[in-house]
Design a protein around this ligand. Sequence first.
Ligand code: FES
Length: 165
Amino acid sequence: TVTKHISVTVNGALRQAEVEPRLLLAHFLRDVLDLTGTHIGCDTSQCGACTVMVNGEAVKSCTMLAVQADGAAVTTVEGLGQMDAMHPIQQGFWEKHGLQCGFCTPGVMMAMVGLLKENPDPSEEEIRDGLEGVICRCTGYQFIVSAVQHAAKLIREAEETKQAM
Ligand code: FES
């Protein structure tokens, strides 16, 4: 098989690999880099569980080939934060119980990181619109909306503190 050499910055670290041209970014992250926080929930590019950030934009990693990410900067859920230093979106989901089974959560969080970058103060409707590309089967979305609103507030407060300093 023909393979291609790719270099991708993943969660801040340069990763290089020889990959088959047909390898999906989702599989590259999970199977080659062992970053299994990116989930695969469908084979029709509908569920959004595989969402990651590519060059600052939320992308369904099952709709992109690994070779297309050559030279790009990718952030997966593993790159957001840790238990002792959570990203505001993780803090939001933690405090507002934004998940039940948790399968969709990594993808939902990455999609919402993308939304909050573009719109730091989204209305409930804007959050629900932003959630259209990600499917959650258990929460009924209300707790996810509260979690995102809470995260947005945390991010805005952190910005205000930074500006005041
Ligand atoms: Fe990518 Fe479902 S696994 S959208």
